[in-house]
Each structure stands twice: as C-alpha cells, then as structure tokens.
Design a protein around this ligand. Structure first.
Ligand code: NAD
Length: 426
C-alpha cells in the first residue's frame, strides 16, 4: 500500500511553489544589489543535492506501507548542511527544496558554519502508533545514510517530529556506523546529548528580535500590546516570554480561531489548557477569526502559525507598528513592500526564527567537544548571536534603503556566495 495521497495536497503544492518562487525572487534581488553575476543565482536557486527515498515500513496490522521521503542539501560551500525533518501528509519535493534554501539563508544571517538542508516524509504521524513511527524514523535514516552525517548534513526536528524521533534516528545512525554519534542530529533529549534551551530557542530568538525592534521604534515592552497567531511550540513559549517581560498579550489564536482581550489574556491559564497540538480556543465561546486577529489594534503582531497570512488583500488593515515573523513565510513579497512603505518594521522569518537553528548549532558544538553548557550559558550565547544578527540586518536595511527582508537576504547570501567563490565553484 502506498501512503501518498496525491489529491489532498494540491493547495499545499501551490503554496510550496509560491514560497519557492518568492524566495528565489528575493535571492535574485539580493544578489543583484550585491553585484553578483547571474551564475551565482543559478547556483543558489536550487539545492546542490536532492534525494528521494522510498521507505518500506511494517505496520502494526502486519501490512507493509511504502513511504516517500526527501532530503535536500542546498549549499555546502560554508560547511555541512543542516535542517529539520518534517513528518506531514502534504510534504512535497518543492516544499523541502524551498525550506532548504531558507535554512542556508538563516545560517548565513546568524553566521553559523553551515549551509542549509531539509528533509521530510509524506506521512500522518497523528494516525501512526509509536512502534510504526519508530520503524519509519529508522528506515528513513537507513535510506539517506550515504549523504548525511555529523560532518556532512545534520538533521533536526521540524513539523510533527520531536526529541523522541531524533533519539531513534541517532540510535539507528550510531548502530550503522558502530560508534556513538550524538553529533549526527540535534534536538535530542538532554540525556542523549541534547542542549538545554533547545525547545524554547525559536521563541527566545523571536523575543530578542521583538525587544530589538521595539527599541528602534521607541516602544516600551512593558505594557506593549502584542497579538500572536498560532499557539504551538513557537507561539505558546513566545506568549509566556512576552507576558513575563511585562507585555500585554491581547490576542492569540490557533487553527480554530482567536481570543481577544484588550486588557490582556490570562496566558498562564491558556498555557495550562492548551493541548499538545497547540489548540485551546475550542474551549471558549467568544472567538474571533484568524483574519480578525491579524487586524486587531496592537503594537506588535507575531504570525507564528502558517505561511501566506498577510497578503496584499489585508496588509492595509494591519494596525501593528512592528511585525515579527516567527512562522516561515507568513507575509507575501507584495505585502512586505506595502507594510514597509507605511513604515511598519517587519522582522523577516529568516532572521526572527533563527533561534532554533542557532541552539541546534550549540548542541552540535557541545556534542563535538563533549562538554555541556548550562541553560544560562546557552541563553547568553543565543542573545549575543540574535542581537548582533538583528543589528547587521538593520544596518544593511537603513544604509542600503531596502526593507528588512531584502536586507536579511543580502546578509544571508553573502557568506555562501563568497565561500562558493573561494572554492572556485563560480
Ligand atoms: P506547531 O505545530 O507547534 O503549532 C502551530 C500552531 O499554529 C498551532 O497553534 C495551530 O493550531 C496553529 N495553526 C495551524 N494552522 C493554522 C491556521 N490555518 N490558522 C491559524 N493557526 C493555525 O508549530 P510551531 O513549531 O509552533 O511552528 C509554527 C511556525 O513557526 C511554522 O511556520 C514553523 O515553520 C515556524 N518555525 C518553528 C520553529 C520551531 O522551532 N518550532 C522554528 C522555525 C520556524
């Protein structure tokens, strides 16, 4: 039996094509601004390597299902590639490609010694048992083992994958190679060499970007009104961090709708009631739509759910002064231009959500040196990286008079282009 459901993924396919197209458009603009010739763009518009694998898995009822998986390695001029593995029914080759390019940009922006990679398996982990998930995870590692490794390409968690899945993958790789290889994968449980602070790293990075952006806009975080779309891993930790910093979280949402209270929501209560898929609004009667949520009166808006939420249709209705993209691709290119022209400070995804890959890098460094850091040490190092990266991007945006997204791409592609040039590739 083949688990790939072709028809159900049409929307996602279109979304992925849009995302890949807009990423390439901004990369082209960034390279043009930096004065690089066309061949640099030709090199960067596609991953250097793309592997498709078929993974047979024995299901609990005795049948065999064949799953399709991918691993994309965008560019390894700077160093090994790095990026998560997504388990989702709508994973596609195009999506994995686009996400691997984003990982290269993120690594360049926060100045990590990596290129971008990404992986995915077409499956629905919500409908699979633990033993089936374990067999699938181990099968994927066996299938891609020739092209991954601690000095080649280092996977990590992404949508619907977690530290348990990383542990199975690390164990499978270590068994195959016949030595313990914690540096093969990041996002592991702490007892297997995971890093303190990894789980909340993306939200911490977003929090640091919000604080830096607020300074630029003269907004005091204490009492600032913030709206967060999405209450999953990124959105819920972020709500907690902002609440603890004295901000008023006036709106949150999940896939079913949003909650709004101009006096500030009770974040601790909502965190207590949310389920493991990041849903909580079903418990309430007075909800608003996700579109209404985005248009709420607030100082700071954080899309932390899915792509294509702020488009040319609703950009003019957004009231926030600052938008910080925790989600990947929540704002279209046209909407970015409209918002920037209005003076809204938009901190793009490739910068704002780079806290996760930064702490993944810290985990890999700790694995390689066999010496582990405290949560405080991780937090301090993350803060330094994010503040420096924000400043670098902001400086390029103001000095070159471009929006923050284009500035971030200019910072992100430069190191990759230079490394490719020094290697004699271009
Ligand atoms: P998650 O699955 O834990 O949570 C997603 C949240 O978004 C849930 O609350 C869900 O109900 C909500 N949601 C889903 N569909 C929605 C819709 N159509 N409208 C409104 N809300 C919807 O995911 P996450 O890990 O928090 O990731 C959220 C975003 O941040 C994604 O774009 C992800 O790629 C990006 N991101 C996450 C990390 C990380 O470390 N978690 C790192 C980088 C980027």
């Amino acid at each position: 039996m083949d688990n790939k459901k072709e028809g159900s993924s049409t929307n996602n396919q279109e979304n992925s094509i849009d995302v890949l197209h807009s990423t390439r458009t901004v990369i082209k603009r960034a390279l043009d601004r930096l004065g690089y010739p066309q061949e640099v763009y030709e090199l960067m518009k596609e991953p250097l390597r793309m592997m498709t694998v078929r993974i047979p898995v024995r299901m609990d009822d005795g049948s065999i299902e064949i799953f399709t998986g991918y691993r994309a390695q965008h560019n390894d001029a700077v160093g090994p590639t790095k990026g998560g593995v997504r388990f989702h029914p709508e994973v596609s080759e195009t999506e994995v490609k686009a996400l691997s390019i984003w990982m290269s940009l993120k690594a360049g922006i926060v100045d990590l010694p990596y290129g971008g990679g990404k992986g995915g398996i077409v499956c629905d982990p919500r409908e699979m048992s633990f033993p089936e998930l374990e067999r699938l995870s181990r099968g994927y590692v066996r299938a891609i083992s020739q092209i991954v490794g601690p000095t080649k390409d280092i996977p990590a968690p992404d949508v619907f994958t977690n530290s348990q899945i990383m542990a199975w993958m690390m164990d499978e790789y270590s068994r195959m190679k016949e030595f313990d290889s914690p540096g093969f994968i990041t996002g592991k449980p702490i007892v297997l060499g995971g890093s303190h602070g990894r789980e909340s790293a993306t939200a911490k990075g977003v929090t640091i970007c919000i604080k830096e952006a607020a300074k630029k806009k003269g907004i005091n975080i204490e009492g600032a009104r913030i709206v967060i779309q999405g209450f999953g891993n990124a959105g819920s930790f972020l709500a907690k961090f902002m609440h603890d910093a004295g901000a008023k979280v006036v709106g949150i949402s999940d896939v079913y709708g949003g909650l709004h209270d101009p006096d500030g929501l009770d974040i601790d209560y909502l965190l207590d009631r949310r389920d493991s898929f990041g849903t909580v609004t079903k418990l309430f009667k007075n909800t608003i739509s996700n579109q209404e949520l985005l248009e709420l009166d607030c100082d700071i808006l954080v899309p932390a759910a899915i792509e294509n939420q702020i488009t040319i249709e609703n950009a003019h209705k957004i009231k926030a002064n600052i938008i910080v993209e925790a989600a990947n691709g929540p704002t279209t290119i046209e909407a970015t231009e409209e918002l920037s022209n209005r003076g809204v400070l938009l901190v793009p995804d490739v910068l704002a959500s780079a806290g996760g890959v930064t702490v993944s890098y810290f985990e890999w460094v700790q694995n390689n040196q066999g010496f582990y850091w405290t949560e405080e040490e991780v937090g301090e190092r993350l803060e330094k990286v994010m503040v420096t990266s924000f400043e670098n991007v902001y400086r390029v945006a103001t000095s070159r008079r471009v929006d923050m997204r284009l500035a971030a791409y200019m910072v992100g592609v430069r190191k990759m282009a230079e490394a490719s040039r020094f290697r004699g590739w271009i």
